[in-house]
Write a new protein. Structure first.
Length: 133
């Protein structure tokens, strides 16, 4: 309760991240990860875009100062076939770690996107751990 009112339901999270280049970001997510471009603005030289793949939605913006993109965490995306996704991306983008099976029951690997953000992909597994992490 907030001051006598029921807390509103949160419906979804759409991170809005700074990008070096909106066209490069669209290319990376659409061509490497099969995201769809939900929208961009303005049409001629976009400074904002939204990209979606299933329930995953990311927004990017460019043009607010000269700051470099920074995120002190990892964007973790659950997928249903980490091994196939890894095979698809290996050699097309630098793999940051994995794929490995961790003691908490997840098979994971990570990449860095064109803006320097780390994307980790994971799926639940019953396989034995392959690393000490």
């Amino acid at each position: 309760m907030i001051a006598g009112y029921a807390m509103p339901r949160f419906n979804r999270l759409s991170p809005m991240l700074q990008a070096h280049s909106i066209p490069e970001t669209i290319h990376f997510y659409r061509d490497l990860l099969d995201f769809e471009l939900e929208g961009c603005w303005p049409d001629d030289e976009p400074t904002w875009c939204a990209l979606v793949k299933g329930p995953v939605r990311l927004m990017f913006y460019h043009g607010v100062g000269e700051e470099l993109p920074i995120l002190s965490g990892v964007l973790y995306i659950y997928v249903d076939d980490v091994t196939t996704l890894h095979r698809h991306l290996d050699g097309r983008v630098e793999i940051e770690w994995g794929p490995e099976v961790y003691h908490y029951g997840m098979r994971e690997f990570a990449i860095k996107d064109c803006n320097g953000y780390i994307l980790s992909f994971g799926e639940p597994t019953d396989a034995e751990p392959t690393c000490q992490g």
